[in-house]
Design a protein around this ligand. Sequence first.
Ligand code: NAP
Length: 329
Amino acid sequence: MPRVVVFDEFGGPDVMHVVEEPVVEPAAGEVRIRIEAFAVNPLDLMMRSGASPAPIPLPHARLGVEGTGVVDALGPEVAGLEVGDPVILAAIPDASVRGSYAEFTTVPASRVVARPAGLGITEAAAIWVAYSTAYGALVEKAGMRPGDHVLVTAASGGVGRAAMQIANQLGAVPIAVTRHAAKTDELLAAGAAAVVAGDRGDIAEAVRDHTGGSGADIVLDVVMGPGQQDLLKAARPGGALVAAGFLDPRPTPFPSGPPLTIFSYRSFEHTLDAVVVKRMAAFLNAGVSLGALRPAIDKVFALDDVVAAHRRLEQGLHAGRKIVVAVPD
Ligand SMILES: NC(=O)c1ccc[n+]([C@@H]2O[C@H](COP(=O)([O-])OP(=O)(O)OC[C@H]3O[C@@H](n4cnc5c(N)ncnc54)[C@H](OP(=O)(O)O)[C@@H]3O)[C@@H](O)[C@H]2O)c1
């Protein structure tokens, strides 16, 4: 019988266990996906530990907001998809019910996109959330254009690496922010045009040096906290800051400094919108086929080792690369 990862109480990685259950028949407008691999997302850790802001009904909660597989069955009234099509899961807002940590899941047909040709299963499992978030925040929200200087926080992370690749694909200039100067070479290799390090002096001054004195046109802040004040000073007056993450749990002071447009970004505002999803998928397809977009993979685990996969992310051993779990056929 097909296997699925569930948890019955909130807690550490050990609360997850694998159970066997029959597949669900897709209802009208739905497709059943045979999952080939899923990526572990920081949101999964929040859901499992009870820290997710969205209510998670227990027991028997599922997990998983990203993954890839093939269409296994079509419900009535589904057009444009065939059994056997390779797809990526584009949005699972109800992951506690339809999560990707399983051999099968059933989702509305509108929530899958074709898997880009030339992308392996492991990378396909890891691409959508980080790249759709970075694309949505930078392109759809902040209107990034060629030549823009883009300050990318947590640049060594999943969203940060995606943001730098997307900026390069569009001819913008990504400036990476890290807390540790020791990561400079790694970030330059990952696509940064320049790197500014929190442990190497004033961020705003370093950004002005790299932008001919003008400051960054766009700041992508996935860290927040008190450090946001330095990012605001690093931006060009009239530029934009997109707040899209919250890696720093400390409070974020009310933004002050030069006049900027401040956006708050949650990817579901786009990944549940079929028109934007079509643009995102087309952009990712183009970037993958050009070789411009490719997620960095840390390690691939087996389904039975999902607890170890969570531990690795929790301990920060992934160094910002994606952890993937391969699901046996
Ligand atoms: N808006 C949305 O819809 C959306 C979608 C996806 C993700 N997110 C959010 O975006 C954020 C980034 O996600 P991700 O998957 O890219 O994370 P990630 O891969 O885990 O990011 C890891 C990197 O973040 C930096 N970092 C970690 N903790 C930090 C801290 N306290 N202060 C500063 N930097 C820190 C580190 O870089 P250095 O050591 O080099 O500084 C680390 O290498 C998360 O908060 C996530 O929830 C939001």
